[in-house]
Ligand binder design. Structure first.
Ligand code: ADP
Length: 167
């Protein structure tokens, strides 16, 4: 039986450069709880260098993986996260928490977002143990040095990474 969902809309924001199975785990878990999930792909992340993949590519990598969830959509955005959430009528922002290092940054963002939009709750899902050390930047580094990234990112992402890094 499909799980009952009644928690409204949530957004799952990130740069997803590229999406990993860690991200997809969080998106799938959010989709099991919320009626509707909007994955927000940050067009140009402020705290990171230029992305390796275009926003259109990052969106399509995720879209290919969420076919089983008709109530999940993927959209690029370049506004304030809370404005993006409001635009979609979301009452929750879902973030994944990995090791302790995520906590400090997320704690700060939480305070800022709460100040701007006290009506939108940020909710944190603990990373699955098998993905808790998985990050997009780690994947890019592994791929660059010829490491095995199968099982960590979707196949097409792995293939595109090899192509991009050869250039
Ligand atoms: P990254 O740090 O990998 O570049 P993003 O900025 O795209 O990730 O992060 C989007 C969201 O996904 C953040 O809430 C981040 O904490 C979460 N996240 C990233 N990787 C994982 C993972 N392996 N497991 C759980 N959550 C993750």
């Amino acid at each position: 039986m499909a799980p009952e969902r009644n928690a409204g809309t949530a957004v799952c924001p990130g740069s997803y450069d590229p999406v990993t199975y860690g991200h997809l785990d969080i998106i799938g878990r959010a989709a099991n709880v919320f009626d509707s999930v909007v994955v927000g792909v940050v067009n140009q992340p402020v705290r990171k260098q230029k992305t390796l993949f275009s926003a259109a590519d990052r969106v399509s990598f995720i879209e290919e993986q969420i076919a089983e969830y008709p109530h999940v959509q993927v959209k690029p955005f370049d506004t304030l996260l809370v404005d993006f959430a409001r635009e979609h009528g979301a009452k929750a922002i879902i973030k994944g928490l990995r090791a302790i290092s995520d906590f400090e940054y997320e704690f700060e963002m939480n305070q800022l977002n709460r100040k701007m939009a006290p009506d939108i709750e940020s909710i944190y899902f603990m990373a699955a143990p098998e993905y808790s050390f998985l990050s997009s930047s780690g994947i890019k580094e592994l791929a660059m040095f010829g490491g095995d990234i199968s099982g960590l990112v979707p196949e097409r992402v792995a293939a595109r990474l090899q192509e991009e890094l050869k250039r």
